[in-house]
Design a protein around this ligand. Structure first.
Ligand code: GRF
Length: 217
């Protein structure tokens, strides 16, 4: 579990690659339990960095294209993060596969949001895949990050009826509303010491969560 004492707020580092609407939701929900201590982007000049600037949060751009290998980039990323001593590292639209060493280093304090009802549709183009499959519902899942792509134990999940959606963009719009609702909840749980991972299972208030994670309303 993280190292904050009662009087210290949980230090949350957020990694982004783009728009940062989830970052915004997390910033807006920051409270007595946590604050965003840094925002790191692997792409320069993205909207998420502007959002961080507007909230007066430290920002770092680490352009992955300037590093020869995934491991070299991840090492610099890990060192940069460690400089901020985060209690929690939040992936919010961070479009990079992380190396084994990185995931191990931040094990138990690394979470991600994925735009599908995991274990359905890990990887890309989730909404199109839901549409093609004729699914009645789509959604999103916050999960701890493990070595397996989009495969770590789920924390919280929310779903929406998509039967009236004509295309993947419409589904994405509906699902993003849910993302902005559930991601801050997961961060807040962690910040309050209520959430942990043990033996590859998520626990909330010492109770093991179901494989889907907590089902949000
Ligand atoms: C979200 O849809 C999230 O589920 C996925 O990437 C997108 C990021 O959006 N991992 P934003 O940058 O937070 O607006």
């Amino acid at each position: 579990m993280h190292s904050k004492t009662q009087n210290q707020r949980c230090r949350v580092a957020v990694l982004i690659s783009g728009s940062g609407s989830n970052l915004q939701a997390i910033i807006d929900s920051a409270s007595s339990s946590y604050h965003v201590c840094t925002v790191i982007s692997n792409r320069p000049d993205v909207k998420g960095l502007e959002r961080a600037a507007n909230a007066d949060i430290d920002r770092v751009t680490l352009d992955h294209k300037l590093y020869p290998t995934r491991e070299a980039f991840d090492e610099v990323l890990a060192n940069t993060l460690e400089g901020y001593q985060p209690d929690l590292v939040v992936l919010a639209g961070f479009m990079r596969i992380l190396s084994e060493g990185f995931v191990k280093k931040f094990n138990g304090k690394l979470i991600n949001i994925h735009p599908s009802l995991l274990p359905k549709y890990p990887g890309l183009h989730t909404h199109q895949r839901a549409l093609d499959a004729g699914d009645s519902h789509a959604g999103c899942t916050v999960h701890f990050v493990s070595q397996e792509l989009d495969g770590g134990p789920a924390i919280i999940q929310a779903q929406t009826d998509i039967t009236s959606c004509a295309n993947a963009e419409e589904i994405a719009q509906q699902v993003q509303v849910l993302e902005h609702h559930i991601y801050p909840i997961a961060v807040d749980w962690f910040a309050n010491g209520r959430l942990k991972i043990e033996n590859n299972h998520s626990f909330l208030d010492n109770k093991q969560l179901p494989a889907s994670g907590y089902i949000a309303n």
